[in-house]
Design a protein around this ligand. Structure first.
Ligand code: TXA
Ligand code: MG
Length: 355
């Protein structure tokens, strides 16, 4: 299949035509990748089981892993959700459009092919003009997982999306880099007390402030994850992962940089190409290895924004081993560390007490 990649920064007239064509592809059951504020999504008509099946084929994704339905207005939520609790209304007022996915009991209009056979549906209203316009013009909710091949880091640019999807889908809309860079928070509202199934930009603290009580899926606990099966089916797969094995080094910054230097030197002595994930503050601490900075330690926003791009660049550079610094896991840091731990397959070395 020939994938059409289009830049959305063109003249207005040309842009109108692009959205018309993209919406037509969605309505006809085809696939269009589009930007959101979190990561690029791989979109299909959420109400069409055959279209959803094409998403699984294009990504190489197991079909028990449900998709998020992206909507542009609240009427579309009424269309797919059987019951909308008060908590959801409070959260919609505060955070939609935005990086918060909520799980509801589904209506029968949503096919099992979209929800992996579950009787619930995940819904989100993305905070990106291109995504909202595409959904509006298509006139249907758009099911969209991250637009990566299954197992690879999520795409945060149209370039990443093309790396994985060129030749597999009809169209890629290029809206530039995604603002946030990691996937939305997922909150299950079908339980009596809402449960976070995936941490994201909307933090536990932000949700508690509005709802009072919120639980966190035990499978997300860095200490206990082994003993629990994640409630979001997708969270059980190896994820966000670069090709090379990755090790996180946790502790005081000085001890961490020293340990990474030591591990890098040992790997290089054995002839392995090493990649190091550092920060602006520690960039100069590493005399060997290919170093990429996530930005300043003071800005978790920049760390999240750069993470997947750096993981992908190590694939291109054919690095054979990756060593990475870690971050505090409070507030937005818990989402960043969740992705880093997954990318590393939970391989972590502690060099001093946890901060
Ligand atoms: O930011 C995002 O959420 C991005 C952009 C494109 O919107 N999308 C995204 O989709 O990350 P995906 O498919 O890569 O991740 C969706 C996650 C999976 O872990 C899936 O198992 C979970 O959401 N999920 C979807 N529907 C669910 C449901 N009904 N119950 C439990 N988990 C669900
Ligand atoms: Mg994904």
């Amino acid at each position: 299949m020939n994938t059409k990649i289009v830049d959305l920064q063109g003249s207005d007239e040309k842009t109108d035509e692009i959205y018309r064509e993209a919406a037509q592809i969605i309505r006809a059951g085809g696939l269009v990748a589009f930007p959101t504020e979190t990561v690029y999504g791989l979109g299909a008509n959420a109400l069409n089981a055959e279209a959803a099946a094409k998403i699984y084929a294009a990504k190489g994704r197991p079909s028990d892993n449900p998709l998020i339905a992206h909507i542009a207005d609240r009427e579309q939520l009424e269309q797919v959700a059987a019951y909308i609790p008060d908590a959801a209304r409070i959260l919609m007022d505060a955070y939609w459009p935005g990086p918060l996915t909520m799980i509801f009991r589904k209506k029968s209009i949503v096919p099992d092919g979209t929800t992996g056979g579950l009787d619930t549906v995940a819904v989100r209203m993305p905070d990106h003009p291109a995504a909202l316009r595409l959904i509006r013009e298509a006139g249907v909710p758009i099911a969209a997982p991250s637009a990566n091949l299954s197992g690879r880091p999520s795409p945060t640019t149209a370039g990443h999306t093309a790396e994985d999807m060129d030749g597999r889908i009809e169209m890629i809309l290029d809206g530039g880099p995604c603002r946030i860079g990691i996937e939305s928070t997922i909150l299950d509202l079908t339980e009596e007390i809402p449960v976070i199934l995936r941490p994201g930009y909307i933090t536990y603290e932000m949700l508690v402030r509005l709802l009072g009580e919120v639980k966190v899926d035990k499978a997300l606990d860095p200490e206990q994850w082994k003993y629990f099966r994640p409630k979001a089916p997708g969270q059980k797969y190896r994820h966000y992962a670069p090709k090379a094995p990755m090790t996180l080094v946790e502790g005081d910054t000085e001890a961490v940089t020293e340990k990474i230097r030591e591990l890098a030197a040992a790997a290089e002595a054995e002839g392995r190409k090493v990649g190091i994930i550092c920060t602006d503050e520690t960039m100069d601490c590493y005399p060997s290895g290919i170093c990429h900075s996530l930005g300043s330690r003071a800005s978790l926003d920049s760390v999240a924004h750069n993470l997947y791009d750096i993981l992908r660049s190590f694939d291109e550079e054919a690095v054979e081993e990756i060593l990475s610094e870690t971050f505090s896991s409070s507030e937005f840091g818990s989402a960043v560390m969740n992705r880093m731990l997954k990318a590393a397959g939970h391989k972590e070395i502690r060099v001093s007490e946890k901060r």
